[in-house]
Write a protein that binds this ligand. Structure first.
Ligand code: UDX
Ligand code: UDX
Length: 433
């Protein structure tokens, strides 16, 4: 059991901190956002993540988990300090490291001499060396730093922590590396020990490759539409080849979230800095950037103009099982619909009930409310609540059941015989009206 601190109580920091406490460590999560810390101290999570609230409650009850805005209090007794602050994209596409620098400067004076700093935030390759210099300078003594990238997916982050495919530890010094390895002693995952820049590169390459699979299947989906093939079957057939793998071959309106978009552009930026041409990486980003507009073209092909049409947008988050709207493709879809003159109402199982105002559009509390009197429905997130809403119910509420499914939530066969128009991604269109 070790005394640990986590700097940055966002998605990655909170999941990491709370799950490490569940492994038996004593964890203090620190964040500069006082509201967030007050909420956490009051026992409420500032985000929606399945299974996390229960772990939070258990570990605060045992005293293994605490929260503070005070950097000294957070790190003064810590043997290990995780850095999990944001690394948002800059305008030029590079990763903004100012939060990392702020966090380092705020904790460095209070660090124990032999504590280990553990970088969880996604940082460009080569950041380790710069952060090490900053740490040694601001702490006034050599500080041990290890790269330990995260691979958590929102919506399944707790499971991903306890059953991760691998734990990556990047260090030039075996001693802090083995300290970090033993923190995960109760996690049955293989451990990769390597140098820091390789660890940083494993993170970026993994995200870029997953993004590549998505852009590839979306490109194949366009071909399927032209050839009359079915992308879902194509993906199933491809995925049976173990060299390809079945995961991340779901065609749709493109990838979003706080990681893939910013990590692919940050990698593009790093390549440009090194004068390395990366045409594949550029195409991954380009295919994804175009995908919402490719999808909206189906709507315009159906209606010609949607000026004054009532559109229900179903699913606002970038994926199901999270309340995260960051870089959500649904926002681009909504902007394009509004640009074309449609009157948009949004529905999302989590966001609608959160009381949040989202993107200046009215939010319906139920599917039925969103669909009532609508001329078209556009599905953007494959929430269970949406998948479980039978296709034959759409005509019961809509003025005319024109359904554009950006996440292939329903088998096309389910539309047969129904008075509706059903268009999706990479699959045959069903015209029942
Ligand atoms: C972040 C990064 O975006 C991602 O690249 C990285 O891999 C992991 O951490 P996420 O946890 O989703 O991802 O970020 P976010 O939810 O924005 O949380 C960051 C937290 O750090 C916020 O709560 C913010 O208030 C806090 N923060 C930021 C600090 O505590 N100190 C700072 O100086 C800056
Ligand atoms: C991702 C990585 O999966 C995770 O390892 C990393 O740590 C952080 O970034 P996350 O952004 O939470 O996780 O979501 P993910 O499940 O990867 O989905 C990202 C986007 O891709 C979503 O918008 C999702 O809808 C889309 N997606 C995913 C597809 O369009 N098709 C797929 O087959 C899979």
């Amino acid at each position: 059991m070790n005394k640990l601190a986590v700097i940055g109580a966002g998605y990655v920091g909170l999941v990491t901190g709370i799950c490490l406490a569940s492994c038996g460590h004593e964890v203090t999560c620190m964040d500069i956002d006082e509201c967030k810390i007050d909420q956490l101290k009051a026992g409420r999570l500032p985000l929606f993540e399945p299974g996390l609230q229960e772990l939070h409650d258990t570990n605060t009850a045992t005293g293994r988990l605490s929260f503070t805005t005070n950097p000294e209090k957070a790190v003064q007794h810590a043997e290990g300090v995780f850095i999990a602050v944001g690394t948002p994209p800059r305008k030029d596409g590079g990763a903004d490291l100012s939060y990392i620098h702020n966090a380092i400067q705020s904790i460095a004076p209070f660090l124990q001499k032999d504590s280990v700093i553990i970088m969880k935030s996604t940082v460009p390759v080569g950041t380790h060396a710069d952060v090490k210099k900053l740490l040694d300078r601001t702490a006034g003594h050599p500080v041990r730093l290890v790269s330990n990238p995260e691979f958590l997916r929102e919506g399944s982050a707790v499971n991903d922590f306890f059953y991760s495919d691998r734990i990556v530890i990047g260090s030039n010094d075996p001693s802090p590396a083995s300290f970090v390895e033993q923190l995960y002693h109760s996690i049955p995952s293989p451990v990769i020990h390597t140098d820091p820049q390789t660890a940083e590169m494993i993170k970026y390459s993994s995200n870029a490759f997953l993004a590549a699979k998505i852009s590839f299947i979306n490109e194949m989906a366009a071909l399927c539409e032209a050839e009359g093939a079915d992308i879902s079957m194509v993906a199933a057939g491809m995925g049976m080849d173990k060299r390809i793998g079945e995961h991340f071959l779901k065609a749709g309106i493109g990838y979003g979230g706080s990681c893939f978009p910013k990590d692919t552009t940050a990698l593009l930026y790093s390549a440009a800095q090194q004068n390395i041409t990366v045409p594949l990486l550029s195409s991954i980003h380009e295919v994804n950037r175009r995908q919402p507009r490719v999808f909206i073209k189906k709507v315009l092909d159906r209606f010609g103009s949607i000026e004054g049409k009532k559109a229900a947008v179903l699913g606002l988050t970038f994926k199901p099982n999270t309340d995260d709207l960051r870089r959500s493709p649904s926002r681009e879809i909504i902007n394009l619909l509004v640009e074309e003159g449609a009157m948009v109402t949004g529905y999302d199982p989590v966001v609608s009930v959160s009381g949040k105002r989202v993107w200046q559009i009215p939010l319906a509390q139920t599917m039925e409310e969103a669909l009532t009197g609508a001329d078209l429905a556009v599905i953007c997130t494959e929430w269970k609540e949406i998948i479980d809403f039978p296709l034959h119910c759409y005509p019961l509420y809509m003025k005319e059941a024109n359904i554009f499914d950006g996440r292939n939530c329903y088998p096309v066969s389910q539309a047969r015989g129904l008075p509706l128009f059903y268009s999706s991604v990479g699959r045959p269109v069903y015209k029942g009206i």
